[in-house]
Write a protein that binds this ligand. Structure first.
Ligand SMILES: Cc1cc2nc3c(=O)[nH]c(=O)nc-3n(C[C@H](O)[C@H](O)[C@H](O)COP(=O)(O)OP(=O)(O)OC[C@H]3O[C@@H](n4cnc5c(N)ncnc54)[C@H](O)[C@@H]3O)c2cc1C
Length: 245
């Protein structure tokens, strides 16, 4: 096994509340080798009886020494996400392995247009890309389409608002599936071809597209993008959660 993929003991240094059901974990991971935006880690929990279980979580921020941030959406009845959002306390350890993944990544040296399409917690690795763009003072044209159920489900809301205000070349559109804020003309509904055409890039601009979220969301968005004329080789996907979600 590559030495980069050894299990390391991380410690919770702090946390931020993102929504009523999501929490960002600030973890200190001594010896962390660094990572590229879009990659994820495996997290392993082991109880006193020796039973252990693993889940994958995307890295929410660009590499920053030994500090790693993850944002966890609590899944009702979920073995790992309920523990990490409700019980895991500052000073507690957790095992972590990574970084994992080499295809669903954006390198800040890339200058071409980028389309990011997030469904729910799928914003996490895409936020790492938005943050890396800012850190590198990149001018790569970015468009983010972020699909959420309602305004209160949006992660990183204040930071995204500031980013649109302060960072040239970054456009963000939030689309709502269940309830939209007053004054938003688009009625709540699932993301479709019209949204991707209106808020994304035309295929002739040859954007690299990153699509992340629940499996059903990713499959629908990716096939719609290809149907609109985007080259499938430029549509990169990351699926969270069970099939058909
Ligand atoms: C590459 C990758 C990166 C990921 N990154 C993130 C991330 O950044 N943030 C994040 O919150 N999650 C992320 N996930 C999802 C995460 O790995 C877990 O699947 C999720 O936290 C649920 O685990 P659990 O142990 O709480 O639920 P489980 O105990 O595994 O499942 C409980 C119940 O919920 C259902 N379920 C499982 N996962 C989901 C889901 N995602 N959505 C809806 N229902 C589900 C199961 O079918 C089951 O019925 C990622 C997944 C992958 C594959």
């Amino acid at each position: 096994m590559s030495p980069r993929l050894e299990w390391r003991v991380a410690t919770l240094a702090g946390s931020r509340t993102e929504t009523a059901t999501a929490r960002t974990l600030l973890l200190d991971v001594p010896g962390w080798p660094g990572h590229v935006p879009g990659q994820h880690v495996d997290v392993r929990l082991t109880d006193e009886d020796g039973y252990s279980t693993e889940r994958s979580y995307s890295l929410a921020t660009p590499a920053d020494g030994d500090r790693v941030e993850l944002t966890i959406q609590r899944v009702k009845g979920g073995e790992v996400s309920e523990y990490l959002t409700d019980t895991f306390a500052v000073g507690d350890p957790v095992e972590l392995r990574g970084p994992v993944g080499g295809w669903f990544v954006w390198h800040p040296s890339r200058t071409g247009p980028v389309l990011l399409v997030a469904g729910g917690a799928g914003i996490v690795p895409l936020m790492a890309m938005v943050r890396a763009r800012r850190l590198a003072r990149s001018r790569a044209p970015f468009r983010l389409i972020y699909s959420v159920r309602s305004p209160s489900d949006q992660f990183y809301a204040a930071e995204l608002r500031r980013a649109v205000r302060d960072e040239g070349g970054l456009d963000i559109t939030t689309v709502y599936t269940r309830s939209a804020p007053t004054g938003v003309p688009r009625p709540p509904r699932r993301i479709g071809a019209a949204d991707l055409e209106l808020y994304g890039w035309p295929p002739r601009f040859e954007p690299t597209c990153f699509v992340c979220g629940p499996t059903g969301f990713v499959e629908k968005v990716a096939s719609t993008l290809v149907g609109l004329g985007h080259d499938p080789r430029r549509v990169r996907t990351e699926r969270f959660g069970p099939t058909g979600d």
